[in-house]
Ligand binder design. Structure first.
Ligand code: GLN
Length: 194
């Protein structure tokens, strides 16, 4: 079977470590910076970083419409700033999110850089709830979820991971841990047939 190609949006932020994890799972990572790059991938990760910068570069490189089109069918996963970019609404009017998942996000809701933390949470993957070490770096909070959104990860009493159809979001950074479970799960998500 040929390897699947996993796109990682590489405009700004933490894309390199996602690529390492994808390679570790024997899939092929592919940096996405243009519409042509996007056409060559089966699924896409929007990494952590700075959501304002990622958004600015999405619009500068005319990627908004192609990303919306891609995200209606193909598996897409946003970590941290990527969650903010994919959400339906954000508490910061500077962000015009892609609205690909029906959640509201609050930026920097755990505090400043100095308040970043690692803690053990739980992740529900393939209906099995398991402990998962979670790294939060100026993370957003998911403040509300629509009725079609499934919470799949929890930490400190908050929902920190969720999915709706082909769209997955995590407020934390699985690529900064040694546990590939989330990447594995993302690689198994199916595209949606319209
Ligand atoms: N605080 C950043 C933002 O609001 C997200 C931080 C991260 O991705 N680690 O965009």
């Amino acid at each position: 079977m040929s390897k699947q190609t996993v796109g990682v949006l590489a405009l700004q932020g933490d894309f390199g470590l996602h690529c390492r994890m994808i390679e570790r799972l024997d899939a092929r990572p592919s940096l996405v910076r243009t519409v042509e790059n996007l056409r060559e991938v089966d699924r896409l990760i929007i990494p952590g970083g700075e959501s304002t910068a990622i958004q600015l570069l999405i619009d500068t490189f005319n990627l908004r419409e192609p990303l919306l089109e891609f995200g209606r069918r193909r598996p897409v996963w946003g970590t941290c700033a990527g969650l903010i970019v994919l959400s339906d609404s954000v508490d910061d009017p500077a962000i015009h999110p892609l609205k690909l998942i029906d959640i509201s996000a609050a930026r920097n809701a755990y505090g400043r850089q100095i308040d970043s933390f690692i803690d053990e949470g739980t992740a529900c993957i393939h209906a099995v709830t398991q402990p998962f070490q979670m790294v939060f770096i100026r993370a957003p909070k998911i403040v509300s979820l629509g009725s079609h959104v499934t919470p799949i990860a929890h930490c400190r009493g908050e929902v920190v991971g969720a999915m709706q159809r082909n769209v997955l979001v995590t407020a934390f950074h699985p690529e900064l841990t040694d546990n590939p479970a989330f990447h594995e799960f993302f690689l198994e998500l199916d595209a949606v047939s319209l």
